[in-house]
Design a protein around this ligand. Structure first.
Ligand code: GAF
Length: 384
């Protein structure tokens, strides 16, 4: 049992005086396929070995008692009073609400949770909290959901309580991730393949810009709405079109004068990114990493210039990355507006390059970034 799990267990036992069941729930990275999960595209995420630990047990009352180890805050809510609140509580209560909406026999429980995922870094701490709790409840109350059902329930919880209309990528990676693999997930059919991650002397390096622009979740929902608006128009122009998968970037270009300027740029990005991710998946399987890396740069360009989810700090980090031959590809990762860039970099030079980019970034923005070399890991699991 690692330190993080041990700590959660001890905190729980001190606070609640019973013996908990323990779960580890990972964060995620995403190699390519950004903002296309809610547009029926493909994504290529992996679970990582950093995440959130849950210690949880029934408490034979009709109350939920929660302790956030990181925030050092308590929350107690009666089961029949579950409603949206501010902050982290929403991620917990949203999950309970979803179980209740499905008529699942959730009774009172105690839970202590805490983790080592940097907040606001785009490593999907929200999905880690949702899926970790949902897995815990599923086990202690014998609900019988399978892994994909837990991912879907957790996604719905995020839509309803925190109010972010996210796609399925984060929760899916959290539940289905496999160490040393990336998942090639078809977000239209929910079919997936676990592809071995063979980096041929390279590593995945994240650079955390340490900025998190507060418009992130509001703008996320706006992007989703713009895509829906655009798709509805494209469906009329191109009969037989069901999803963005059925439309090419060229067709979007031909429809430019029928679409609002921003809607056009969003649709163009989405159709390009869907094609790009399919190409990238083939390249990865052919071990063509340099070509794969070029597509990562292209994704960043699109996210920045067409989808408008980048920021000066992330653009700077990607421009810096282009200065180094040892970096094959770099782009902002996740929803955007801050958080991390993901870079594929030669292992032998990673440390030095990470330091050099950090120095340049610090000089420019007066912010000290953080650099992480990432290891992949397994999806949420019970720690025995
Ligand atoms: C966030 C969302 F939660 C995901 O569903 C996905 O859309 C991602 O942003 C962008 O690719 O992490």
């Amino acid at each position: 049992m690692n330190n993080q799990v041990q700590q959660a267990k001890e905190v729980f036992e001190q606070k609640f005086g019973t013996t908990p069941v323990l779960f580890f729930s990972p964060g995620r990275i995403n190699l390519i396929g950004e903002h296309v999960d809610y547009n029926n595209g493909f994504v290529m995420p992996a679970a990582i070995d950093k995440g959130v630990v849950f210690a949880i047990a029934p408490n034979n009352t009709s109350n939920i008692r929660v302790y956030s180890i990181d925030m050092k805050e308590d929350l107690e809510v009666a089961l029949d009073q579950v409603a949206p609140k501010e902050g982290w509580a929403n991620y917990i209560l949203g999950v309970v609400d979803q179980f209740q909406k499905r008529g699942a026999a959730i009774k009172g429980f105690d839970v202590a949770f805490g983790g080592n995922l940097p907040a606001g870094a785009g490593l999907s701490s929200s999905a880690a909290v949702e899926c970790g709790l949902a897995s815990g409840l599923n086990t202690i109350f014998n609900i019988g959901l399978n892994r994909v059902e837990i991912a879907l329930l957790s996604q719905k919880a995020e839509h309803t309580f925190p109010g972010v209309k996210c796609g399925i990528m984060d929760q899916f990676a959290n539940m289905m991730g496999e160490k040393d693999h990336v998942l090639l997930l078809d977000c239209d059919t929910m079919e997936y393949k676990a592809l071995p991650l063979q980096l041929q002397g390279h590593v995945i390096m994240l650079i955390n810009s340490k900025v998190h622009h507060s418009l992130a979740s509001g703008e996320y929902n706006v992007r989703r709405q713009q895509c829906e608006t655009g798709l509805a128009i494209l469906q009329q122009l191109y009969p037989g079109t069901k999803t963005f998968r059925d439309i090419t970037p060229e067709q979007v270009q031909q429809a430019e004068d029928k679409l609002d300027k921003d809607v056009f740029r969003r649709c163009l990005f989405v159709t390009q990114e869907i094609q790009r991710t399919q190409k990238a998946a083939a390249l990865l399987q052919e071990n063509k990493l340099p070509e794969f890396g070029q597509l990562m740069f292209a994704t960043h360009e699109g996210l920045s210039k067409l989808y408008d989810v980048s920021c000066p700090e992330l653009d700077f980090l990607v421009e810096q990355a282009k200065e180094y031959k040892a970096i094959l590809g770099s782009r902002l990762m996740g929803g955007g507006f801050g958080g991390c860039t993901i870079n594929i970099v030669a292992e032998s030079e990673a440390k030095e390059i990470g330091e050099k980019i950090s120095e340049a970034y610090k000089k420019h923005f007066n912010i000290t970034p953080e650099v992480y070399i990432m290891q992949t890991g397994n999806g949420t699991y019970e720690v025995k």
